[in-house]
Design a binder for this molecule. Structure first.
Ligand SMILES: N[C@@H](CCC(=O)N[C@@H](CS)C(=O)NCC(=O)O)C(=O)O
Length: 343
């Protein structure tokens, strides 16, 4: 019974990793293959989306590109595998992908029972509700009896049940695996409400509303009902690879903090600041310690940008989503993004 409960909580993914996934180190396998294999979502504007040329773009995609830059000095050496919320953990455990970077929430059971390691938080999120204005609802507390579209194997599904129970309300779930089908069900009126991470709701409202309906016809209700720290995940048991993913993320945050951008990084190589010299590998040591080239941060920032550049371009004010930095601002600006020192 206990195992069933845990499996349900983490989405029925198999628990054992295959031998293919555990033989040798991930870094060796990635190098021998000549590309990183990154599990992403199937298509969420701003976070992970293949454009009309098939090129993947987004905040989560940039993390994969940063890791490829650290390992190969080339942000293009990534193969992207789109995965649904149901498929993602099995794909990682079986070795089909080297890492996930796909709006996955870091939770205790995923870390333990599923045998994953979460690296740094890419995006501090929380769960919300999207409704058609015609429903005439201003607060989630008015959703008693609503039909709610939700994806299986997600924290979303679990929080939804908790929230309605805690508020002594009932709901009818419409559980659909594929995100484009969930959206279609919601927009066709099969559900009163679509619940997901609020970032994803903003993406859906900006990019997926079928004409003649307009984004303004829909609102995200004010209640944020959970904490969703979205982070890349790797398999347990390969600390070096986990370190490379984690420190690639930290490098993007640290670069933003020290004002190093894709535009000025060549100039910054001439800086006298000892911290900047260490970050950019002008003073060697950090790359060696991590097992990558000394120019790893230079390559990440030059090819992908710092965290602020990636945020702005993909989901922030430089993008159609126009999401505020909020919790995802640097700690020096009132947010939670805080990288330990590169030293
Ligand atoms: N953060 C939640 C939900 C994440 C999630 O993947 N939700 C799906 C449900 S629709 C999604 O948004 N997928 C986006 C995509 O495939 O592009 C979790 O880790 O369980």
């Amino acid at each position: 019974m206990r195992n069933i409960t845990i499996a349900a909580a983490v989405g029925f993914a198999a628990i054992a990793a295959t031998s293919a996934a555990t033989a040798g180190t991930v870094l060796d396998a990635v190098k021998a293959r000549g590309a990183l294999i990154c599990g992403v979502g199937t298509g969420t504007a701003g976070f992970m989306l293949a454009d009309s040329q098939g090129k993947w773009v987004g905040l989560d995609v940039d993390v994969c590109r940063a890791v490829a830059s650290a390992i190969f000095g080339d942000a293009e050496k990534v193969k992207f595998v789109p995965l649904s919320s149901q498929q993602r953990f099995t794909a990682l455990q079986s070795g089909e992908v080297d890492m996930l970077s796909n709006n996955t929430t870091d939770t205790l059971t995923r870390d333990t029972a599923l045998g994953l390691d979460f690296t740094a938080v890419t995006y501090y999120d929380g769960q919300g509700f999207l409704v058609n204005k015609k429903l005439g609802v201003k607060s989630a507390k008015e959703l008693n009896g609503a039909t709610v579209c939700v994806a299986p194997g997600t924290t979303t599904e679990l929080n939804l049940a908790d929230y309605f129970r805690a508020n002594k309300m009932t709901f009818k779930p419409v559980v659909i695996e594929k995100v484009d089908e969930v959206r279609a069900a919601f927009f066709s009126g099969r559900c009163d409400v679509y619940t997901n991470d609020s970032s994803s709701l903003y993406a859906t409202r900006t990019a997926n509303v079928p004409p003649p309906a307009k984004p303004e016809d829909f609102i995200v209700l004010p209640e944020i009902i959970s904490k969703e720290p979205l982070a890349p995940a790797v398999r347990h048991g390969d600390n070096q690879f986990a370190d490379i993913v984690r420190w690639s993320q930290y490098a993007m945050i640290e670069a933003e903090e020290y004002g190093i951008t894709s535009k000025n990084v060549d100039e910054m190589m001439k800086s006298d600041n000892p911290t900047i010299k260490r970050i950019l590998g002008v003073t060697p040591g950090m790359g060696k310690a991590l097992g990558v080239d000394e120019k790893w941060v230079y390559n990440i920032v030059k090819q992908v940008g710092n965290y602020g550049e990636s945020f702005d371009r993909n989901v922030g004010m430089g993008s159609p989503l126009k999401i505020e930095r909020g919790l995802n601002n640097l700690w020096t600006k009132g947010g939670l993004q805080y990288a330990p020192p590169i030293r």
